[in-house]
Design a protein around this ligand. Structure first.
Ligand code: NDP
Length: 360
């Protein structure tokens, strides 16, 4: 991933401008982009209000295995019963003119199938991270979207989030000096009985789910791709939760410039997401960096203290990400976090697992 200064200005401009100037994109192109949300779980519950707050997007259809839940949500968003689909009948969405795009908010292993089916139905795809559970799946998703001439964006919301972008800007502008070392982590204590602990549905453990934030952050902060990766994984809690997926992973990466990073993820402890960047002119950290709100940038650069709390509230990240994708759809642009970005992370995740001795 290359975040040049020009890119930064472009991304920041799109995300921030759309938040600061309501109606900007709507005024640009008129009608709103209609989304079908696939999988009405936790993250869909953040995305839908984000879309409602947006200037250029709206929820126009729902896809769910639970009709009652879908009907309740449909009533909130003014969606007609004819635009509620079950998974088996999903392909009928091709006929729904009010749907231009889908938002794939399903367990990880289902992302590939629904992205490919949506592309075949002629719909643009905003797919949650991790993009899929294998490199092959990611490649097939990209190929299907190319073949159908629809856009594919992976929902890396931090790419559209002002505090993360501010950290990138401080690094790119030279204010941190030569970056030497980055530390990053993200994890939580996973409850038993959820799909995240099933290898078939999740692909793997916390690395796929939340470690990916630390991995991706090291890439956008450095603007480089890791050349070497070494990793360890472990299971400490023998309580049945980790029969199929790992509990802890820690990995190091060396980038072409010589920057080294050290990252961790866990399903066994509450581990707030953060990154800390150490450069020749000082340090900066965003802690928390990956939550839906409460992000806080601190540091000391050339002797001056940096203290920039972000007061934006959830669902602002989801609003910005939806506005970006809709803007791309309406204006024939490529999203800043396309399928190829998800594929790159998938390749590094595969390397991390390999180094840690885990087969996926
Ligand atoms: P949830 O379990 O809360 O929701 C997933 C939904 O998928 C379910 O509610 C269900 O919807 C549907 N579903 C269909 N088949 C299954 C199945 N076999 N097992 C379980 N659910 C199924 O998960 P999340 O919303 O937390 O995660 C969904 C995706 O979003 C994941 O890929 C995750 O990595 C990603 N995510 C991204 C975040 C971000 O910040 N960008 C944060 C959290 C998650 P229904 O009942 O309507 O059929």
């Amino acid at each position: 991933m290359e975040f040049t200064r020009r890119d930064f200005a472009k991304i920041a401009g799109m995300g921030l401008a759309s938040q600061m100037v309501p109606g900007l994109h709507a005024a640009e192109s008129g009608a709103k982009v209609g989304y079908a949300v696939i999988g009405l779980g936790q993250i869909a519950g953040h995305f839908m209000p984000g879309v409602r707050d947006s200037s250029n997007s709206q929820i126009t259809a729902l896809v769910s295995g639970h009709r009652d839940k879908a009907e309740r949500i449909a009533a909130q968003y003014g969606i007609p019963a004819s635009s509620i689909y079950g998974y088996e009948e999903f392909d009928r969405i091709a006929e729904n003119k009010n749907v231009q795009a889908v938002y794939v908010a399903l367990p990880n292993s289902m992302h590939a199938e629904y992205t490919i089916r949506a592309a075949k139905a002629g719909k643009h795809v905003l797919c949650e991270k991790p993009m899929a559970i294998s490199v092959r799946d990611c490649e097939q998703m990209i190929a299907a979207c190319k073949q159908a001439s629809v856009k594919l964006m992976i929902a890396y919301r931090c790419h559209y989030e002002p505090t993360n972008l501010r950290a990138v800007e401080l690094i790119r502008s030279g204010e941190v000096g030569q970056v030497q070392v980055i530390e990053s982590a993200f994890g939580f204590n996973a409850q038993a009985g959820q799909w995240r602990l099933s290898k078939a549905l999740a692909g793997g453990g916390p690395l796929f789910d939340v470690g990916i934030y630390a991995l991706n952050a090291c890439r956008y902060l450095t603007g480089e791709e890791p050349k070497e990766i070494a990793a360890y994984a472990s299971v400490i809690d023998r309580d049945g939760r980790f029969n199929e997926v790992e509990e802890n992973v820690t990995w190091t990466m060396r980038f072409p410039s010589g920057i080294v990073s050290s990252c961790s993820t866990t399903y066994g402890a509450p581990m707030a997401g953060y990154f800390r960047v150490h450069g020749s002119k000082g340090w900066l950290e965003v802690d928390e960096a990956f939550s839906y709100e409460g992000l806080h940038l601190r540091g000391k650069l050339s002797g001056a203290d940096l203290d920039e709390p972000n007061t934006a509230r959830d669902p602002s990240h989801f609003q910005a990400e939806a506005e970006h994708f809709s803007h791309c759809i309406q204006n024939g642009l490529d999203p800043k976090s396309p399928g190829e970005e998800g594929l790159r992370d998938m390749r590094y995740i595969t390397q991390i697992y390999k180094s840690a001795g885990i087969s996926i």
